[in-house]
Design a protein around this ligand. Structure first.
Ligand code: FAD
Length: 469
């Protein structure tokens, strides 16, 4: 089992994590179960929902109906974990797009030139992505025991060591609580994780939580593409909000002849969730193209809203007094403003980090070291999201970066963003950071980017949607 740093108990062999209990059977939970399965005697996943047989939204994942993009970094991480997933996504019709070649990207008041290609991103619906990840993981590890309709209510053990979980099964007698012993417990219950309360109940000092909220509100609606006019020249749109232009839109094709459309606005101007209001909201976007398409498109769903968009990171890596036998992954550890499309990619990177730590450290791996490695795999995404959100109007929270040095950095990054539309070198470097392929610091260490951002004027791009060549 994984021990707390510095404990005197003799470390067990790597293939002997014993019984692992994973709390939450969504993307992060399933990928973690996969990463640990080869090192454990058995793995049990406890999920409060009942899994649907087909790729449809489920109640435990309220973000299911919203537009999701799988970034290039996430595709790479998933290819490393589950190479059979990408072919399954293709077979099910998940679109794959090069950005900005296939998308109309509006940033810093201009269309981004579409003349250069990137490795693709995948724009499957979230239910399809989760459904296929679940299928791949459970086919590979038929011995993973998935217990659905099981809601975890607390941790067993004491402030030194977590020894299992308490849970309730839906349909069991009211009040009846069951217990499951485990050598390692992994919390993957998402953004609403109750680990802070559960640790408090064990007498553990709850680690610090870093928060940065802009109050950005979302609404998503799907439209038919088979009966709507095709988009002119592009497969979708991404209109990036910034400090001076607060409205955002992401329109991406998904499997099943549909276009998923997410509109976003600041706290005081959320996109409406009535069908007419939703389309009307798009009229105020900084370019008329998305609204023009939406006006004639046939909706497949009603718009649904979402407001829990704060960046939130819980510093379980720093807490020296955490009990052994306990890890936190996915959104439960680090959740991001969804506008940057990072969460699933980061969940996959968490699982890769855990796999690599297990492979490299073997029986020297401690819970704390594992937790640090998992959190480190989310650091780039955290820096991107909080760096971009800090200058947004209304941003608040203890992770706000607003010191004098931050303001200088913001001004520099603004110059970088302004050059993205017309400068292919800056565009590529910026996109690599956004897609989590390069650290944010690369925008400062690349001499080519520095020179262009500091000394070259911006290159205007045409008002109309640019062509590919
Ligand atoms: C509007 C929106 C848009 C987004 N867009 C993108 C995007 O474009 N790209 C991207 O990569 N990410 C995106 N994300 C983020 C992405 O959805 C999450 O990062 C990802 O789902 C995280 O997965 P997770 O497994 O950590 O948590 P979740 O998917 O939230 O899963 C948590 C699981 O735990 C279960 N659970 C919760 N509590 C308990 C309990 N007590 N007992 C048992 N089970 C429990 C839930 O039922 C659920 O199955 C978006 C998020 C939102 C809100």
């Amino acid at each position: 089992m994984l021990r707390r740093n510095g404990q005197s108990r003799a470390p067990a062999p790597t293939r002997s994590l014993g019984h692992v209990a994973v709390l939450g059977g969504s993307v992060a939970g399933l990928l973690t179960a996969h990463a640990l399965a080869g090192h454990a005697e058995r793995v049990t996943v406890l999920e409060r929902d009942h899994y649907p047989d087909t790729p449809v939204a489920r109640g435990g994942v309220p973000q299911s109906p919203h537009t999701h993009v799988l970034l290039t970094s996430g595709i790479r991480a998933l290819d490393e974990l589950l190479p059979e997933l990408s072919p399954s996504l293709r077979r099910e019709g998940a679109p794959s797009l090069s950005v900005p070649a296939d998308l109309g990207v509006w940033q810093a008041g201009q269309w981004v030139s579409r003349q250069h290609h990137s490795e693709p991103v995948v724009t499957a619906s979230r239910p399809l992505l989760e459904h296929l990840i679940r299928r791949c993981v459970l086919q590979r590890h038929p011995r993973i025991d998935v217990r659905t309709s099981a809601r975890v209510t607390g941790l067993l053990g004491d402030s030194e060591h977590v020894a299992g979980v308490a849970f309730r099964e839906r349909g069991s007698e009211r009040g009846e609580q069951r217990e499951l012993d485990a050598d390692l417990v992994v919390d993957a219950t998402g953004r609403t994780s109750r680990t802070p309360e559960w640790l408090d109940a064990l007498g553990v000092t709850v680690p610090q939580e870093e928060v940065l909220a802009t109050g950005r509100a979302y609404a998503t609606c799907s439209f038919r593409t088979d009966s709507s006019e095709p988009l002119d020249r592009v497969s979708g749109f991404y209109l990036v909000p910034d400090a001076t232009q607060p409205l955002g839109a992401i329109m991406l094709p998904a499997e099943g002849d549909r276009m998923m459309v997410t509109l976003s606005g600041p706290r005081a101007n959320p996109p409406p969730t009535d069908p007419d209001g939703f389309v009307e909201f798009a009229r105020a976007l900084p370019h008329p193209e998305p609204h023009r398409w939406l006006r004639q498109a046939e909706p497949l769903t009603r718009p649904v809203g979402y407001r829990h968009t704060a960046n939130r990171r819980r510093r379980y890596d720093r807490a020296s007094g955490l009990p052994s036998g306990f890890l936190v992954v996915g959104d439960a550890l680090c959740a991001f403003n969804p506008v940057y499309g990072q969460g699933i990619s980061v969940a996959a990177m968490n699982a890769v980090a855990l796999s690599r730590q297990l492979a490299a450290s073997g029986n020297r791996l401690t819970t704390r070291r594992a937790q640090r490695a998992v959190l480190a795999s989310a650091r780039g995404a955290w820096d991107v999201a909080t760096g971009a959100d800090s200058p947004m109007p209304g941003a608040e929270g203890n992770a706000l970066r607003d010191g004098p040095a931050d303001r200088v950095l913001d001004r520099y990054l603004e110059r970088v963003r302004e050059r993205v539309p017309g400068d292919p070198v800056v565009c590529r470097a910026f996109r690599d950071v956004l897609f989590l392929l390069a650290p944010p610091s690369s925008l400062l260490t690349s001499r080519r980017v520095l020179r262009r951002a500091l000394f070259r004027p911006t290159t205007p791009t045409p008002d109309e949607l640019p062509t590919r060549d």
